[in-house]
Write a protein that binds this ligand. Structure first.
Ligand SMILES: O=C(CO)[C@H](O)[C@H](O)COP(=O)(O)O
Length: 212
C-alpha cells in the first residue's frame, strides 16, 4: 500500500502509530509519501519506508489533519505551512482521510476567523498580497504575510505564505479558489475542495465518522 503522510500535530499521531504498527510487525508492505520535510524526518526516524511523489505517483490512502471542515467535507488546510505538498500528495491519492477534533468544524470555510493560507512566490509578494485582498470573490478579507520571528516564513518550496482572514465565511469557495489561482505568482491556496472522502472527528462524546 502506498500511503500519504500528512503534516501537523494531529497527523503526527497517525505517523507515530504507523511507525509503531510497522515495528510490531502488524503492518507490512507499505511505502509512504510525506507531505513536508517535518513529516519526512519524523517518518524516517520511525523507520517507515519512504518515497517521493515522483517515485510513487499513485497513492492508495492519504491521512492528514485540517484547520476547518465544512458540512460538505470541504476543508481549509495549511496553517502548518505544508499546503502545496499536502494538496499534491492528497490529490494523487485514491482515498483522503482527514482526522480532526470537533473544534475544526465550521458552517462555512473561512468561518473560524483564523488564517486561510495562500502560498505565493517571494518575488513581489506585496503586489500579490494586495491583489488577493482586492479580489471581489474574497470580499472583506484581510491579508497578512506570515512571519517567522522578524523574517517572513518560508515554505519547504522556498515560497512565502499570505494568510487571509475573514469576518464571515467565504460565500463561494469554488469561485474564490478559481480567482486566487488566476493570479500569476500565486502557487496554491489552502482551500481543499471536493478532495476529502472521510473525516474522523474526535469530540467530547466520542468519535464521529463522516463520509462522502
Ligand atoms: O494543513 C496542515 C499543515 O499544513 C495541518 O494539517 C493543519 O494545519 C492542521 O494541523 P493540526 O493538526 O496541528 O491542528
Amino acid at each position: 500500500m502506498v500511503l500519504g503522510l500528512g503534516t501537523g500535530s494531529t497527523a503526527a499521531f497517525a505517523v507515530d502509530r504507523i511507525g509503531q504498527l510497522l515495528k510490531e510487525g502488524k503492518l507490512k508492505n507499505i511505502v509512504a509519501v510525506p507531505t513536508s520535510i517535518r513529516t519526512y524526518e519524523q517518518a524516517k526516524s520511525l523507520g517507515i519506508p519512504l518515497a517521493t511523489l515522483d517515485e510513487q505517483p499513485n497513492l492508495d490512502l492519504a491521512i492528514d489533519g485540517a484547520d476547518e471542515v465544512d458540512p460538505a467535507l470541504n476543508v481549509v488546510k495549511g496553517r502548518g505551512g505544508a499546503l502545496l505538498r499536502e494538496k499534491m500528495v492528497e490529490l494523487a491519492s485514491k482515498k483522503f482521510v482527514c482526522i480532526v477534533d470537533e473544534s475544526k468544524l465550521v458552517d462555512g470555510l473561512g468561518g473560524s476567523k483564523d488564517a486561510m493560507p495562500v502560498e505565493v512566490v517571494q518575488f513581489c509578494w506585496k503586489y500579490n498580497l494586495e491583489r488577493l485582498q482586492a479580489l471581489p470573490e474574497l470580499a472583506g478579507c484581510k491579508a497578512k504575510l506570515r512571519m517567522n520571528g522578524e523574517k517572513p516564513y518560508v515554505t519547504d518550496n522556498s515560497n512565502y505564505i499570505v494568510d487571509l482572514y475573514f469576518d464571515t465565511p467565504i460565500k463561494d469557495s469554488h469561485a474564490a479558489s478559481k480567482a486566487i489561482l488566476a493570479l500569476v505568482g500565486v502557487v496554491d491556496h489552502g482551500l481543499f475542495l471536493d478532495m476529502v472522502d472521510v473525516v474522523i472527528i474526535a469530540g467530547s462524546t466520542g468519535i464521529e465518522v463522516k463520509q462522502k
